[in-house]
Design a protein around this ligand. Structure first.
Ligand SMILES: C[S@@+](CC[C@H](N)C(=O)[O-])C[C@H]1O[C@@H](n2cnc3c(N)ncnc32)[C@H](O)[C@@H]1O
Length: 928
């Protein structure tokens, strides 16, 4: 045995106090083995256990000491127990080593080492193995086990102390083995290198003394330490239970380390900004250097793996530039994309006709010939055939174009509205008016169809249009599709859906003229805007209302209408708010619609733009100087007052010219008629015509041109029928209102609405529209001719004389009350005094040229009367005086040429009559 064995024996078998102290220290060191690196025991501690007689060893590992301590403890405990209990083993032990000190070791137990160390099966040794293995706490077996001598512990602990010299360890093991053998237990001491598990297994089945396998301590060998999780997972239920016990012990140890960052896996190193590129860390300092290098051309290609994205991009840029410098850029050859064109598009499969004139009307062909782009080239356009065959008509006629902006610009909400205003969109008969109203007088007047063709579309030449008759199914030859003479129907269709654009007008408050009407959309020239509707009342009712109902009103909305009736628009359409202007943009025109008269506001000869105030010329007759109102229309040609239009006197022209003009125009045919018609549209032209008539009348009459004179002339020739009739109505109204106004000292305003209709229309309409009025007028004209004159014979309208006489008388009486009469004499429409009427009568009787002309025309009229159209014009037979005009067959059966010729002659005359008292007259009484 070496000195090591001696030392071990001393260490084991000599429990000196000094050694126990050293063991205590060693246990404390061993307690930290689990978590701390092996620690070299100081020589001092070793020196405590050294015997001066024993060769001193330089070093001894702490594990060795730690392993020896439990052994000593066990021995001491055994000794203690043996002192209290008599066991064979104890006795044996006592016997074996009676010299050993019985001083117990109470402190410095290496618990961890003790727990993990295998023990000798003392139960077997003591013969109690038959009781089974019970390892629970407090179990006596456990206690017994604790009392065993743990030779393995020494071995294992010596293994743990890997840093100790192997020789010393082997020596120690040998010494322990020998010590055990000395106890003579009856079996050989186990190899301390054998792991406890294997040793136990071998104990159970193998014979004692067989080879045992030792497991190297992982902590000492540097092998990977088992983690807690792997331990738990690898253990079985029982093993885990046991392990958890170990955890509790381990955790107690770890508790001391919980405060450390290492235990909490906290990296206490300062955090640095890191850059990662493709999963690789890039040093910022290197990054800066590389960025600097990137600015300068790189000497060699840097490793992209160490580059940041920015640096990589910079480098890539440099490289590409370098490559571009080396290799000139060669444009890549790209295949040009060829667009596939459709040769016909939407019209594919539809071949263009070679003859584009096919199926077109004469007018369309004519228009087509004027369009150079549509002229046939002789070659079919196969590439892009225009939709001639589909949209030619549209191309010729054009189509409406509406601007997508500012078309409809209504006033913002919150505008002041007239108080107590009730609208009525249709005329309504009130009182006796319905009973007195002739249901279908105008049907009798004009029961024939127009002679228009579909291609004409009832345009300007339409006889119904000329006569201010709206076409419908009963009188239109064209049909609704092509007819353009259905203004009221269009208006109804336009407004029935409602909406501000469709209505197109709105009431607004003017600055100085009360309320007015403005457009909130655009209107085409001559387009119907709105209807003037209200209550149709008789003159008596009108008088009553003025005296009783409207006596305190400032404004009356009364307009003479038809059949001596009056429209009271106090309850009616908003057309009543339309103000007067000396330069109006609208006209108020009465039309016959389905046999009934209706009045509407039409745009003038120019289009009306959004926001314009709508006005028409009242042609106001104040009737009383007290009620002459100042006109505030602001137009350059403002007359200053709301009065009738002044008529300029132009230098007289020789009658020959006019006659020639008339005759020439008769011969000229349709073309000249159109010229006259076109001239008729313009107010200025109208005034010129009036002037003409004035002049002519002046030459033919005594002194003045008055409406009566005109009426007489017109009636004598059978022309100014409508206007005469209307004027007759107005005259009647005047006469009645005269009394009223005289009582009320109220003025009256009669509005004349310039009539735009062509001459021929007026002729026809006047002839056919209202025979009763006509009769009155004719009577007025023939009263004077009652004198025995040759023309008198030709005016066999004496029957009407009695009717007309009162009318003229009324007119005269009413005119007498107009102080400003003379001031207004300049106008043809101005009412005349009684004296003037007398003069007119005289003039009418003296005007023989026209009756003579009528005479001349009478043979034609007679001839025409034989025609069917004559039958359709009852006035022809009713009023002999009109036979003069009968020369113009009003029916549509006449050829255009004949109609035109007759109309032409009438037109010339009618134009003179045009400004006679209008057919539409508004009766207005100003404030009292
Ligand atoms: C049929 S109302 C027109 C609507 C009227 N502004 C209103 O507020 O009821 C006719 C009256 O309007 C006024 N008026 C219309 N046009 C005018 C004008 N040009 N100058 C002055 N007053 C006018 C006159 O007071 C006239 O008696």
């Amino acid at each position: 045995m070496s000195s090591e064995v001696t030392m071990a024996e001393l260490a084991v078998l000599s429990p000196e106090s000094s050694f126990s102290v050293a063991a205590t220290d060693a246990s404390s060191n061993a307690a930290s083995f689990s978590s701390t690196p092996p620690t070299t025991v100081s020589p001092d501690s070793m020196s405590l256990a050294s015997d001066p007689d024993v060769p001193k060893q330089d070093t001894i590992t702490a594990p060795l000491l730690a392993a020896a301590i439990p052994l000593l403890e066990n021995i001491s405990e055994t000794e203690q127990q043996e002192s209290g209990r008599q066991t064979p083993v104890g006795q044996a032990i006592v016997v074996a080593d009676a010299s050993l000190s019985a001083e117990p070791l109470t402190t410095g137990r290496a618990r961890r080492a003790q727990a993990s160390l295998p023990v000798y099966n003392l139960s077997k040794l003591s013969g109690t193995a038959k009781n089974g293995k019970r390892r629970a706490n407090g179990d006596p077996v456990q206690d017994k086990r604790r009392r065993t001598i743990s030779g393995d512990t020494l071995v294992d602990n010596s293994k743990e102390g890997a840093s100790a010299s192997t020789d010393a360890l082997v020596g120690t093991n040998e010494a322990v083995k020998e010590g055990i053998d000395a106890l003579n237990p009856g079996w050989p001491a186990p190899d301390p290198n054998t792991p406890p598990g294997a040793r136990n297994a071998k104990k159970s089945k193998s014979a004692p003394g067989s080879a045992q396998i030792t497991r190297p301590a992982t902590r000492l060998s540097g092998a990977p330490v088992e983690t807690l999780a792997t331990k738990i997972s690898s253990l079985g239920k029982r093993g885990r239970k046991t392990f958890e016990k170990g955890i509790s012990r381990i955790s107690r140890e770890l508790l001391r380390l919980q405060d450390t960052d290492e235990f909490a896996h906290i990296d206490a190193r300062p955090v640095r900004y890191t850059v990662w590129s493709n999963g690789k860390y890039i040093d910022p300092s290197e990054l800066e250097e590389k960025e600097k290098e990137a600015q300068s051309p790189p000497r060699k290609k840097a490793k992209t793996s160490d580059q940041s994205p920015a640096a990589a991009a910079a480098e890539y840029k440099n490289v590409t530039e370098e490559v571009e410098k080396r290799e000139p850029k060669v444009p890549a050859l790209q295949k040009r994309r060829v667009k596939k064109w459709l040769d016909k598009g939407l019209y594919a499969g539809q071949e263009a006709p070679l003859d584009i004139y096919k199926g077109l009307t004469a007018q369309e062909k004519k228009k087509l010939s004027t369009l150079p782009e549509l002229l046939p080239t002789g070659k079919p356009n196969k590439t892009l055939p225009t939709p001639i065959f589909n949209g030619l008509r549209m191309l010729i006629h054009g189509r409406d174009f509406k601007l997508p902006f500012d078309v409809c610009s209504p006033l913002p909400p919150g505008q002041p509205k007239p108080a107590a205003y009730r609208t009525m969109t249709r005329n309504r008969f009130v009182g006796d008016a319905g009973a007195y109203w002739k249901k279908t007088p105008h049907f009798e007047d004009f029961a024939s169809r127009c002679v228009c063709k579909p291609e004409d579309g009832c345009a300007e030449d339409c006889q119904n249009r000329i006569m201010l008759y709206e076409c419908d199914e009963t009188n239109c030859n064209v049909g609704k599709t092509h007819c353009q003479n259905r203004a009221f129907q269009n208006l109804q269709e336009r407004t029935k859906k409602g909406g501000r654009y469709r209505v197109g007008v709105e009431v607004y408050k003017t600055s100085d003229r009360g309320y007015g009407v403005r457009s909130n959309r655009c209107f085409e020239p001559n387009q119907i805007i709105m209807e003037y509707t209200g209550e149709i009342i008789t003159e008596e009712e009108c008088e009553r209302r003025m005296n009783e109902v409207y006596k305190n009103n400032e404004c009356y909305y009364l307009m003479s209408f038809d059949q001596n009736m009056i429209i009271d628009a106090t309850t009616g359409s908003i057309a009543r708010f339309v103000n007067h202007s000396c330069s109006p943009n609208c006209r108020m025109i009465k039309w016959i619609v389905s046999g009934q008269p209706r009045m509407a506001l039409f745009a003038g000869d120019r289009p009306i733009m959004t926001g314009e105030e709508l006005t028409y010329d009242y042609n106001f007759d104040p009737f009383s100087a007290k009620n002459v109102q100042k006109c505030l229309c602001g137009s350059p040609n403002c007359r200053g007052v709301l009065g009738p239009k002044p008529k300029e006197v132009k230098p007289p022209k020789p009658p020959k010219d006019e006659k020639k003009g008339v005759k020439g125009s008769v011969k000229a045919g349709k073309r000249k008629l159109k010229e006259l018609l076109s001239g008729d549209r313009d107010d200025e032209d109208d005034s010129k015509a009036i002037k003409k008539r004035k002049i002519k009348a002046a030459t033919g009459t005594v002194s003045k041109k008055t409406a009566g004179i005109k009426a007489a002339k017109g009636a004598a020739k059978g022309y100014a029928m409508i206007k005469r009739s209307v004027s007759a109505v107005s005259i009647t109204a005047k006469s009645k209102f005269t009394g009223v106004s005289s009582k009320k000292t109220a003025g009256r305003m009669s509005l004349q609405v310039a009539r735009k209709t062509p001459t021929k229309a007026k002729t026809a309409s006047g002839t056919l529209s209202s025979s009763s009025s006509l009769t009155t007028i004719v009577a007025a004209a023939t009263v004077k001719p009652a004198k025995p004159t040759p023309k008198k014979k030709t005016t066999p309208s004496a029957k009407s004389t009695p009717k007309s006489t009162p009318a003229s008388a009324k007119t005269a009486s009413s005119r007498k009350r107009v102080p400003s009469r003379k001031a207004l004499e300049a106008t043809d429409d101005s009412p005349a005094t009684q004296e003037e009427d007398e003069e007119e009568e005289a003039t009418a009787s003296a005007e023989k040229p026209k009756p003579a002309a009528a005479k001349k025309a009478s043979p034609k009229a007679k001839a025409a009367a034989k025609t069917k159209q004559t039958k359709m014009t009852p006035w022809l037979t009713k009023t002999p005086a009109l036979k003069v005009a009968k020369g113009t067959p009003p029916s549509s059966a006449k050829s255009n040429k004949s109609r035109n010729g007759l109309d032409l002659s009438r037109g010339a005359k009618i134009r003179l009559v045009q400004r006679s008292p209008s057919k539409v007259q508004e009766v207005y009484d100003g404030p009292n």
